[in-house]
Design a protein around this ligand. Structure first.
Ligand code: HEC
Ligand code: HEC
Length: 389
């Protein structure tokens, strides 16, 4: 709701309204209440205060643990706040200028335009990203995020920002890392408050309250979360998935490889056809959802189309659950890149946050995984499908 107001204010006043605080993650709190059977109200409120002490506000960001080089405070300052320009031409308020309409101030993906989109804009606060060069469970690299901003995500509402000044794009990469880190710390701190610090209807006893200064039990818990989330981002370079060498084939050799790839596509090990349909036309609808949606539906025992049960979540901002569909590969558009390296990573890692599973790479055919050669055959078949109707 506030984001809708913000957009309206932007149109009338030019996006220069000041905003004092990030909204707390109410949908996550409600999900926790359902699974833990405890009130998350105090924990959410105390977490909001602590996270604000650590990361600042939408107009005045700060960066805890400054030595780890993940985000440059100057870049965060330029990305945050209302939209304006300085005399020397430096742009300020980049996130509100380019992103907020879809991703919302908090990076929750609940921006005013989000309801019209499929897939919905990413909620950065889970710390989960789909289109990246790293292992499934790891964070993307800075380079991955920059590529997303430059290329957009074809086939989705996520636009390309290729015309934005490269320095501004760099600042926005830092700001995505900022919002994601901040949002994930908030989630983990709320959960830890309930699970480890005895938060419930009331705050816990003295010394156990959440604390941003690393003092007392409540401070230790916050710092453990902080160190862990920042370390996950810092080490992501070490988790890039190496891609074995790939040869471009033509003529008969290419046709033979595509034919073998088709077998693999239908085979028991990969069973791509089981989701993407026998001809890769995405004709087999699954009754499945992505992880962002599952968090407030199936994972807490609610049926996604039970409007009554979902009412409190929807009132807290949750988007209407939408099924995730296996992609139409025949004549389809690749969201994360159709080049051999991107497809190798997609197949061997699956797609984080979605039901698309990973296939294990094996050195000899053993009925459990695919060899690199089999994967290259499959990649050529998938590339071939995308050019056929
Ligand atoms: C018109 C709506 C829209 C705007 C504006 C927009 N995005 Fe997105 N964005 C999306 C959608 C939709 C997705 C999800 C696509 C998907 O799931 O494949 C997304 C996904 C992303 C992702 C996740 C990529 C991944 O690998 O999971 C990042 C990062 C991102 N956007 C950053 C930004 C930034 C930064 C801006 C502003 C410079 C921005 N977006 C502007 C709609 C938008
Ligand atoms: C359990 C169901 C399931 C299986 C099995 C599965 N996929 Fe997918 N696949 C999906 C879903 C769902 C998506 C859409 C993900 C998204 O866009 O968020 C997808 C997306 C894709 C994409 C699009 C990637 C992009 O960049 O847009 C490719 C390519 C793909 N799958 C190939 C395969 C191949 C090859 C196999 C077999 C090794 C396979 N899939 C097995 C569910 C599945």
């Amino acid at each position: 709701m506030r984001n809708a107001v913000l957009i309206a204010v932007c149109f009338i006043l030019g996006c220069d309204a000041r905003i004092e605080t990030f909204l707390p993650n109410r949908v996550f709190s409600l999900s926790l209440e359902k699974t833990r059977g405890a009130s998350a109200e105090r924990a959410t409120e105390d977490a909001r205060r602590v996270v604000q002490e650590l990361y600042g506000t939408p107009d005045d960001p700060s960066w805890p643990l400054p030595d780890n080089n993940l985000a440059d405070l100057q870049n965060l300052v330029r990305s945050s706040g209302p939209v304006s320009s300085e005399k020397d031409g430096t742009h300020l308020g980049l996130f509100r200028e380019h992103c907020v309409v879809c991703h919302a101030l908090e990076g929750s993906g609940l921006g005013a335009a989000s309801v019209f989109q499929n897939p919905y804009p990413r909620d950065f606060r889970h710390g989960v990203f789909k289109w990246k060069s790293t292992e499934r469970g790891k964070k993307p690299t800075r380079h991955d995020i920059r590529q997303i901003l430059v290329n957009g995500i074809p086939g989705t509402a996520m636009p390309s920002f290729a015309l934005v000044d490269p320095e501004d794009v760099d600042a926005l990469v830092d700001y995505v890392i900022f919002l994601s880190t901040r949002g994930e710390v908030e989630r983990r701190v709320i959960a830890a408050a309930i699970d480890e610090l005895d938060y419930g209807e009331t705050s816990p006893e003295d010394g156990w309250e959440l604390d941003s200064r690393n003092e007392g039990e409540g401070g230790e818990v916050v710092h453990e979360v902080l160190e862990r989330v920042h370390a996950d981002w810092a080490e992501t370079q070490d988790h890039e998935v190496p891609v074995p060498s790939f040869s471009d084939l033509t003529g008969k050799a290419l046709a033979a490889s595509i034919a073998r790839g088709k077998e693999v596509f239908h085979g028991k090990v990969a069973n791509c056809a089981g989701c993407h349909g026998p001809s890769g036309d995405g004709s087999l609808p699954t009754l499945d959802y992505d992880d962002w949606t599952k968090e407030y539906t199936t994972r807490i025992g609610l049926t996604p189309d039970d409007d009554e049960a979902l009412k409190p979540f929807r009132e807290a901002g949750a988007l209407k659950p939408r099924r995730i569909m296996p992609r139409k590969l025949q004549g389809g558009v690749f969201h994360g890149g159709g080049d051999a390296a991107s497809l190798f990573r997609r197949i061997t890692q699956g797609i984080a946050g979605t039901p698309m599973p990973a296939v294990e790479v094996v050195s000899e055919p053993n009925g459990k995984g695919l060899t690199v050669e089999e994967i290259w055959d499959l990649v050529r078949y998938v590339q071939h499908l995308s050019t056929s109707r």
